[in-house]
Write a protein of this length. Structure first.
Length: 254
């Protein structure tokens, strides 16, 4: 395999690769921290629509606690909670709460997204990775988390311009996956109408019995994180699957 082919494989996405990464993630993690914050209805209502009502304690015990469980390493005692709250307040008209990654016009909304991302990225002790995770909490249907490894692997700059480019990449990858998924479904059915309303997200939520708040950006983050941040290869994933299967069998026998 030449270098050009290797680079293409690194950047391309396909259904088999995606499903292996997602399956191993789902079998090895129950996302306790994610579920805890996504099921905190009062906090989510306030951060999304009424950030002026959020207390320092709520930011500390809910948002910052979650972010640190998601590897953000924020110093709780030294953090400027007032600055974060003020940024949430001044940015709330930029949250695009009615938009999702499947349907948004990213060209039309790129200035909005860049301003929003820049507002959080510029905060002390936040930076690009944490900013994207804050945006995901605010609108999980639109904003995917990212990190340095994901940005570098997909060849995006680590700034607001790069993040909007990353969103376009996510949108493109979702479209590619759903087109491939539809072809697979059509191959096992005589009627194309059987699958006209079926997509990857719905299938994963139903198949893994996940809450409805699991979104395309969340699943894409799981894939990118597994493939690019952790650097897991298909052979490694298959080995992990075998180990998990063996443990399940052993536990059922005991």
């Amino acid at each position: 395999m030449n270098e050009t082919t290797k680079e293409k494989d690194k950047l391309d996405i396909n259904l088999t690769d995606f499903l292996w990464h997602i399956t191993i993630r789902r079998l090895s993690s129950i996302d306790e921290a994610y579920r805890e914050i996504m099921e905190n209805e009062l906090f989510l209502k306030n951060i999304r629509k009424n950030p002026e009502n959020i207390s320092e304690n709520a930011l500390k015990e809910t948002l910052i606690k979650f972010l640190n469980k998601w590897s953000c390493r924020i110093k709780v005692k030294d953090f400027d909670y007032d600055e974060l709250k003020n940024t949430l307040i001044k940015s709330k008209n930029l949250f695009l709460l009615d938009e999702n990654i499947e349907n948004i016009n990213l060209d039309k909304n790129s200035d909005n997204i860049q301003e929003l991302y820049g507002n959080f990225e510029s905060l002390k002790d936040i930076g690009g990775t944490t900013a994207s995770k804050v945006l995901h909490v605010i609108n999980p249907d639109l904003f995917p988390p990212w990190d340095k490894e994901i940005a570098n692997s997909l060849e995006f700059s680590r700034n607001k311009d790069g993040y909007t480019g990353f969103l376009k990449r996510v949108e493109k990858d979702i479209d590619t996956l759903n087109k491939e998924f539809l072809k697979v479904q059509e191959n096992i059915s005589s009627s194309k109408n059987d699958f006209k309303d079926v997509d990857i997200k719905k299938t994963l939520i139903e198949g893994f019995e996940l809450p409805e708040y699991y979104s395309y950006p969340k699943f894409m983050d799981e894939f990118y994180h597994s493939k690019h941040t952790k650097g897991l290869k298909i052979d490694m994933l298959k080995g992990m699957f075998s180990n998990i299967t063996e443990k399940v069998v052993e536990s059922n026998l005991n």
